[in-house]
Design a binder for this molecule. Structure first.
Ligand code: NAD
Ligand code: AHE
Ligand code: ZN
Length: 369
């Protein structure tokens, strides 16, 4: 079938809107009509050429929501008409990783997903007869996409697609990193570096967890107001701090953060995030994705003296189990998504969404089909 998609033809180039051909679902696969998709900084990371796994031409997008249109043979848990959120971290419930109960990083299809292909090693997308790669197993910058059954969370039908698409990445990543990865407890002091689409969800997760100080760090002063609405208690603009940021934050938190979160993808900030943690127990969670060739460093003494460096992918969430619950939280008014979706646009304007991300004007842009 013909589908309308934003195609990334080469690294650094704007996306182009094209009519692409999409083959129907094969064994264990599902055809989904995408109704809305958010633009995450990770899409920009790959579009820009910073992603060592980046492939071109590809259909990017991993923060979508839509409706099942058709199912391939062997699909048992979904049917036509079901409302779904595609999962770049699937949940097969059978692999060593899923069965371990120690991680959400299901590996059932990770190898082919990283190669921009479906689990059988082929692509469903072509443009003028040439292969177009899938992206993160989701490719939500298209009005129809094919996704493995294990990479779809079934959600309630009254949830608005243009809001809950954000649960497909940013909301779950931010809130999940606080609840699942860090396990923040009431009274903990938290420092959040980067108050964008992820960091603001870390802030609301920290508030849900009952944190005491919730310190937001961002070079964009315009982030302050919204972050305060989401629960930030103190704002720090590194450009306005006299002297080093780390001792400033350690002093502010009376010895250091119980938990810090890096939500930027900057390896120098990752070091600051670790080093502002409390001696003996402070934990720093890396969420930001750093470009090809980048490495983190610190003095091992920082770890010897009890600070812990961790990472979090998709907020440690098991998508098919946890995403429907987070949709419920939104529908029950427990979490705020609406205020973070600052811009809505048609697919034709998707490049404007990336411009808004760069200028710092948007938190989340959502494309509606
Ligand atoms: P975003 O562009 O919305 O937000 C980034 C924020 O960081 C902005 O507010 C910006 O002003 C701020 N910032 C930039 N440089 C800074 C600095 N030196 N000091 C302080 N603040 C600074 O991006 P996003 O969508 O929130 O994504 C954030 C990061 O998280 C990206 O690297 C993205 O790829 C990554 N990410 C990771 C996961 C995961 O599962 N681990 C999921 C989603 C996104
Ligand atoms: N391809 C990159 C890594 C990108 C990355 O770390 N992705 C996160 C999700 S970001 C969502 O916005 C993730 O889930 N990682 C786990 C995984 O298996 O990819 C690189 O550096 O190669
Ligand atoms: Zn994302």
């Amino acid at each position: 079938m013909d589908v309308r998609a934003a195609v990334a033809h080469k690294a650094g180039a704007p996306l182009t809107i094209e009519t692409v051909q999409l083959e129907g679902p094969r064994y264990g696969e599902v055809l989904v009509e995408i109704k809305a998709t958010g633009l995450c900084h990770t899409d920009e990371f790959t579009r820009s050429g910073d992603d060592p796994e980046g492939l071109f031409p590809a259909i990017l997008g991993h923060e979508g929501a839509g409706i099942v249109v058709d199912v391939g043979p062997g699909v048992t848990t979904l049917k036509k008409g079901d409302h779904v959120i595609p999962l770049y971290t699937p949940e097969c419930r059978q692999c060593k990783f899923c069965l371990s109960q120690k991680t959400n990083l299901c590996q059932a299809i990770r190898a082919t997903q990283g190669q921009g292909l479906m689990p059988d090693g082929s692509s469903r997308f072509t443009l003028n007869g040439e292969k177009v790669f899938h992206y993160m197993g989701t490719s939500t910058f298209a009005n129809y996409t094919v996704v493995p059954e294990i990479a779809l969370a079934k959600i309630r039908e009254d949830a608005p697609f243009d809001k809950v698409c954000y649960i497909g990445c940013g909301v779950t990543t931010g809130i999940g990193a606080v609840i699942n990865t860090a396990k923040v407890k009431p009274g903990d002091n938290v420092v959040v570096f980067g108050l964008g689409g992820i960091g603001l969800n870390v802030i609301q997760g920290a508030r849900l967890a009952g944190a005491n100080m919730i310190i937001g760090v961002d070079i964009n002063p315009a982030r302050r107001e919204l972050a305060e609405k989401f629960g930030m208690t103190h704002f720090v603009n590194p450009k306005e701090v006299e002297g080093d940021l780390v001792p400033y934050l350690v002093h502010l938190t009376d010895g250091g953060a119980d938990y810090s979160f890096e939500c930027i993808g900057n390896v120098d900030v990752m070091r600051q995030a670790l080093e502002c943690c409390h001696k003996g127990w402070g934990e720093s969670i890396i969420i930001g994705v750093a470009g090809a060739g980048k490495e983190i460093s610190t003095r091992p003494f920082q770890l010897v003296t009890g600070r812990v460096w961790k990472g979090s992918a998709f907020g440690g969430a098991r998508g098919r189990t946890d995403v429907p619950k987070i949709v419920d939280w939104y529908m029950e008014g427990k979490i705020n998504i609406d205020d973070l979706i600052t811009h809505v646009m048609p697919l034709e304007d998707i490049n404007k969404g990336f411009d808004l991300m760069h200028s710092g004007e948007s938190i989340r842009s959502v494309v509606v089909f």
